[in-house]
Write a protein that binds this ligand. Structure first.
Ligand code: ADE
Ligand code: ZN
Length: 319
């Protein structure tokens, strides 16, 4: 099995329907009727209704332990597909709304990460993400908490949510603080909005990676700039096709980005929502073993893990 690694997967977006039902049962919660379609998979129709469905699955979560069980469950599944490292996007917004403290939430996530590593050898790390449509003040408050409460598994800062709301520069104070305190930075851009959102992200934020960024393929000058700067794209083809950015995998720009010299990684984003897994992304990328091994190495290099961890993982991936 080709060793794999992933740096773009959302914690709550990784919950498969069966786990959502289990958690809801354990917590005595009735899941919203419109969460599932008639086949029992998540019901949504476009990017915005997907974000709504994402909020609905979160209603299954109640305790800090739930969050730990979700990350554990994801890491175990990823390890079975050959993943040696996963960086998970975890937003403190959801636990905060449930009255769970930042430190209790982190302790539960760390426990899930430790259990998965003990049992399956996979290394997990956390990227704290803010939610763009909730605005810059919430983002800044989040970073203030993050830097005031360091944890060895929290290695980076990022932003998901509705890309059409606000501009990257609105979040510059939050990103600057994260960067100055040594956290790696990434941002969703060039997914639902075109190349201009990627230009704005690399101009206004201290990011070394872009979440998605695939719309950069619409702009040759931007691809050249990303290649020149070595900016890494967290590409999620299955997600892009499911959300209708491209009609099918054959028309996805992954290969065009690679041919333009852009550094790319392969990721699952919100796998059960998009009927994918990290293993499927590798299998369906239309690339050979040598190229896939190179992508896995790029993923580790672009990760926000400490240098010793990166070197150990890279050594372990050498055939
Ligand atoms: N949150 C979860 N998945 C996301 C995506 N694909 N884009 C933006 N925000 C998200
Ligand atoms: Zn994402």
């Amino acid at each position: 099995m080709i060793p794999k690694a992933e740096i773009h997967c959302h914690l709550e977006g990784s919950i498969p329907p069966v786990l959502a039902r289990e958690l809801a049962l354990r917590n005595g919660i009735e899941l919203p009727a419109n969460l599932f379609d008639s086949r029992g998979t998540y019901a949504w129709t476009d990017f915005w209704s997907f974000l709504d469905a994402y909020d609905r699955v979160c209603t299954a979560l109640k305790t800090a332990r739930d969050f730990g069980d979700v990350i554990y469950s994801y890491l175990v599944g990823a390890a079975r597909e050959g993943a040696v490292y996963v960086e998970m996007f975890c937003s403190p917004e959801r636990p905060a709304a449930l009255g769970i403290s930042y430190t209790d939430w982190l302790a539960a996530l760390a426990d899930g990460i430790d259990r998965a590593q003990r049992e399956h050898g996979i290394v997990g790390r956390i990227i704290v993400i803010c939610i763009r449509h909730l605005g810059p003040e919430r983002a800044l408050a989040m970073v203030e908490t993050m830097v005031a409460t360091p944890h060895p598994y929290v290695v980076g800062f990022g932003m998901g949510g509705d890309e059409a709301k606000f501009a990257p520069r609105d979040f510059a104070p939050a990103y600057r603080m994260a960067h100055e305190h040594g956290y790696g930075c990434t941002v969703h851009a060039g997914e639902v909005v075109g190349p201009e959102s990627v230009w704005a992200a690399i101009r206004d934020l201290p990011v070394t990676r872009i979440g998605h960024g695939v719309r950069s393929a619409d702009d040759p000058a931007l691809m050249a700039e990303l290649a020149r700067r070595g900016v890494v794209l967290e590409v999620c083809p299955g997600s892009n096709v499911a959300l209708g950015l491209y009609p099918d995998r054959a028309s996805h720009p992954l290969h065009r980005l690679i041919d333009a010299g852009v550094r790319v990684t392969l990721n699952s984003d919100d796998p059960p929502f998009f009927h994918t897994t990290l293993g499927m992304e590798y299998d369906l990328a239309g690339l050979g073993e040598k190229e896939l091994r190179a992508i896995a190495r790029t993923t580790i290099e672009a990760s926000f893990a400490d240098e010793a961890t990166k070197q150990r993982l890279l050594r372990g991936m050498t055939p």
